[in-house]
Design a protein around this ligand. Sequence first.
Ligand SMILES: [Zn+2]
Length: 177
Amino acid sequence: MDVEQEIKEFISSLKISNDGSLLYRGERMVFTTSVLMSIAFTAAPYDKFGDTMRTVYRRGISKYCREIAKENAHLGAREVFENMLKFFGKLGWGRSEIIEFSDAKIVFRVYSSLYGKEAGEYLKLRGIQPMVTCPFGYAAEGVLNYFAEKEGKPPVISEEVKCAAKGDAFCEFIVIR
Ligand SMILES: [Zn+2]
């Protein structure tokens, strides 16, 4: 299924509750502009708090995705990871592609990252040094470290090596043990 179909299927499965909330599988969703999401979630916090935000995001996002991995543990690391990237695509955060998936190293790309391009414009406008801004690597850490711990393997750590916020054509993440 391509990402366009995935998004259409996602939209058709949204429900509206009696109080007017938009729900997907019981979880509340919101529609907002990409510029708001991008600046509120990445550029502005990095502008104000600097690299401290990376620690906050790493902890929070990886913890959340670890829970998702735990709930879907029967599917195995690769499938849970792939499903998570597909879900991010459905939410409109950018289409992903896995370039390498081995025990020691995972490389994946996100095209048109919601958190990248507009954050880059904001940083430029504020005269801030271009930097990587996307949180997908922390999500990968959450999923993969759940399985690493379960299988008695060393933990993984991610690094965003290319980012739309720095002017790269796509965002690329390397996850190594
Ligand atoms: Zn990025």
